[in-house]
Design a protein around this ligand. Sequence first.
Ligand code: ZN
Length: 141
Amino acid sequence: MNPSHIEHIGIAVRNLDDSIQFYEKVLGLQCYNIEEVKDQKVRTAFFQVGDTKIELLESTEEDGPISKYIEKKGEGVHHIAFAVENIEEKLRIAQDNGVRLIDKEPRKGAEGLDIAFLHPKSTHGVLTELCEDKTKRRINS
Ligand code: ZN
């Protein structure tokens, strides 16, 4: 799939504001964006670390996926997102390799990225996200 880099690491947290404190005060990173993604029932906070972002995820609803995740496993790393080009093709490659797709088609994630998830049962336990910044592609080509 040739990912160019790890676009972000998604971390499930109980309380976004408390967690931001740790990343800002202790790690010395700067939160540059807080965004609600209604579709996924989350509020997200972003920090840039080199080419990679940290995406903190707080559930906005009790029955949301992040809420359920924390109930089962507690706070912690939730998913890893790889930056790819031509995400539709990469999803086809995954499927051709027998990987179970959570999203058969890309959808809109935070920061306007096109995203799709691969099922952790097919990826040795890691919820894996593919994402593509199509605005970037247009600028580059
Ligand atoms: Zn993500």
